[in-house]
Design a protein around this ligand. Structure first.
Ligand SMILES: *Cc1c(COP(=O)(O)O)cnc(C)c1O
Length: 387
């Protein structure tokens, strides 16, 4: 039986896969089972930050695998402590809880906001406000946080205590807070799954100020936008705000599962012994890989990301068959005249892998994609849009 048939028979049918079986890769090139090469403009949905078979990442992970691959959280390990130190130093925040995914990082954030609110304002203050069109994960709590009804339909009753407000309208948030005690607000500065939509700067600052004034925990979901993706280490850094909690995952691990809930000064002591946990969280191999990723996202790399972003925007804005281009850094959404799925299909035929988000073609290439490779991919996308 072909792998495709095996998968369709035995793997839960939750994913609509493209007809490509990837067997290996190098840098931004993915290779399929027939030896065909693709320029990967999706990097596993923003996960393989430095591409495939990245020498430094492999060295960091395998060195750790050769020492100890897992200890449980009953013991200390160096990679976990060193990664937490780096995340705190580079955000000015105080502590990190490690899990294994974006959803788990957000679960932790929700717990932090609820516990802080219960301790400081009473147990009726539990509501978490998120934005319409947001995406925060697939667990029941993060699904409830996700402001898109299409994800909710068949999973009722959802976890109570979530309210969704319209992005860009701070009065709606104020109106909710006037009627409901709000523990925390969770936003994506660039809505990824929602269609690669950056929030307005004045809006983000107004939400931040409002939260600060009311002692509402201000949380930014950087699962997709984090770790250099937008041209800053974390996307909130574009907006001049200081979150109480930052969650991240996807690109942090460079390909191994890791999620981090980074906790700021105000809430740094909220989680104590027994309040939360994860068997795999802080796994030494995953953390060793993440350190090798984070240490290479320096100012030079961030400038390069911004430069590549500008190239993509310049090439595609106003191009034939392109209605609009939106995003930040190497997180780009292209509204095309033809259906996005059709463009992505054409690109696959011509050796370029792209993603979609809502009705857009979405690009999340590796941060270190070589300029000439990027140029080739953009030319293919451009011609697919123009036809
Ligand atoms: C992908 C994503 C998540 C969920 O992450 P998982 O690792 O799939 O649990 C949460 N929030 C945002 C913004 C995401 O893009």
């Amino acid at each position: 039986m072909s792998i495709r048939k095996l998968d369709e028979e035995y793997v839960a049918g939750t994913y609509k896969r493209f007809p490509v079986e990837i067997v290996s890769g190098h840098g931004s090139i993915a290779v399929d089972v027939d030896g065909k090469e693709y320029i990967d403009m999706g990097s596993g949905i923003g996960v393989t930050s430095f591409g495939y078979a990245d020498v430094e990442w492999i060295a960091a992970v395998t060195a750790q695998l050769g020492r100890v691959q897992h200890t449980s959280n009953l013991y200390y390990t160096e990679p976990c402590a060193q990664l937490a130190k780096r995340l705190c130093e580079r955000t000015g925040m105080s502590r990190v809880f490690f899990g294994n995914s974006g959803a788990e990082a957000n679960e932790c954030a929700i717990k932090v906001a609820r516990k802080y609110a219960a301790e400081h304002h009473g147990s009726e203050r539990f509501t978490i406000v998120t934005l319409k069109n947001s995406f925060h994960g697939r667990t029941l709590a993060t699904l409830s946080a996700t402001g898109q009804d299409s994800f909710h339909k068949l999973y009722q009753p959802l976890t109570p205590g979530f309210k969704h407000v319209t992005a860009g309208n701070v009065y709606e948030l104020e109106a909710v807070a006037a009627n409901t005690p709000v523990a925390g607000i969770l936003i994506e500065c660039v809505q990824g799954e929602g269609g690669v939509l950056p929030l307005d700067g004045d809006y983000v600052r107004a939400v931040y100020e409002f939260a600060k004034k009311r002692d509402i925990i201000f949380m930014v979901d950087e699962v997709q936008t984090g770790n250099g993706r937008t041209g800053k280490l974390y996307s909130y850094m574009h907006y001049g705000v200081e979150p109480d909690v930052v969650t991240t995952a996807k690109g942090l691990g460079g390909g191994l599962p890791i999620g981090a809930c980074i906790i700021g000064e105000k809430v740094k002591d909220v989680l104590g012994y027994g309040d939360h946990g994860s068997t795999f969280g802080g796994n030494p191999a995953a953390c060793a890989g993440a350190i090798s990723i984070l240490d290479r996202i320096d100012d030079e790399m961030l400038d390069e990301i911004t430069e590549k972003s500008k190239y993509i925007f310049d090439e595609l804005t106003g191009a034939a068959g392109v209605e609009s281009v939106a995003g930040l850094g190497l997180m780009v959404g292209i509204k095309t005249v033809k259906p996005a799925g059709e463009i992505v299909g054409k690109c696959i035929e011509r050796g370029v892998l792209c993603l979609t988000a809502k009705d857009k073609v979405r690009l999340l290439p590796a941060l270190n994609i070589p300029f000439d490779t990027l140029k080739k991919a953009v030319a293919v996308i451009k011609s697919a849009c123009a036809e």
